[in-house]
Design a protein around this ligand. Structure first.
Ligand code: GLN
Length: 253
């Protein structure tokens, strides 16, 4: 009996150890996988791929962690990271004062530019047309993004049009191609992908805003944030980050 009990105890301890190891060794990254080339579903493998997925994988490899990527609504990433549901958030996410009140950010790893997508024959020819006196456009944004935040104050609250908020950039662009809205405000690299994938759209040459992308963490995890920063710096210095970005955004020669 004693022997059985000690065997049982040993097995229980082994199992508990395995569960604890699995918990501490795999980090959960929250993203919104409709934001190419930073994160999107690979049609063939069904996996989430992109710049963020690869940089996150390289950091986790360096630090000895496994990585699990989960696809969630963009506006639930910060609250989920804040509450500890996800270990970190990486989603072409702009560092903003508001978000800094809820989460910490790593060092920046990329620059984003907010641009405006319009139909090729649109009467909107520059970003300023959106703020012109008497303007009244239907503007599409992704809910909870910086595009949403800017347009809400610059256009909606200024009485210069209405805002339609979509769960993903893909949904916003779909509404644009079907003529339900007049333009979409979104980050430049996804914008280029959406314009390439849909006939009859173009990006206005004028920029709306220039921003820094970074990885967000719970404010309770300063050590992990510091270790990510160290790994990110090493991966930047050895050219890994540049190679990943070049793979998804080949520089024009
Ligand atoms: N850079 C924008 C933001 O942080 C959009 C990010 C996204 O839609 N994934 O709000």
């Amino acid at each position: 009996m004693k022997k059985i009990l000690s065997v049982l105890l040993a097995v229980t301890m082994l199992l508990a150890g395995a569960v604890a190891a699995a918990e501490t060794d795999t980090l959960t990254m929250a993203t919104n996988a409709a934001f190419p080339p930073y994160e999107y579903y690979d049609d063939e493998t069904g996996e989430i791929v992109g710049i963020d997925a690869e940089i996150a994988q390289a950091i986790c490899d360096k630090l000895g962690y496994g990585l699990e990527i989960v696809n969630v609504d963009f506006d639930s990433i910060v609250p989920g990271v804040q509450s500890g549901k996800y270990t970190f958030g990486m989603a072409g996410m702009t560092v903003t004062e508001d978000r800094l009140e809820s989460v910490d950010f790593s060092d920046s790893y990329a620059t984003g530019i907010q641009v405006v997508i319009v139909p090729e024959d649109s009467a909107i020819t520059s970003v300023d047309d959106l703020f012109a006196e008497g303007a009244d456009h239907k503007v599409g944004v992704q809910q909870g993004t910086t595009g949403d935040i800017y347009a809400s104050s610059d256009i909606e609250e200024a009485g210069l049009g209405s805002i339609e908020r979509f769960k993903t950039g893909t949904d916003a662009v779909l509404a644009l191609t079907s003529g339900k809205i007049d333009c979409v405000i979104i980050d430049n690299e996804p914008a280029k992908n959406f314009v390439a994938a849909n006939e009859g759209l173009k990006i206005l040459e004028t920029e709306y805003a220039v921003e820094d992308y970074a990885i967000c963490f719970s404010k309770d995890a300063p050590d992990l944030t510091a270790r990510f920063n160290e790994a990110l710096q090493e991966l930047t210095e050895d050219g890994t980050v540049a190679a990943i970005i070049e793979k998804y955004i080949p520089s024009e020669e």
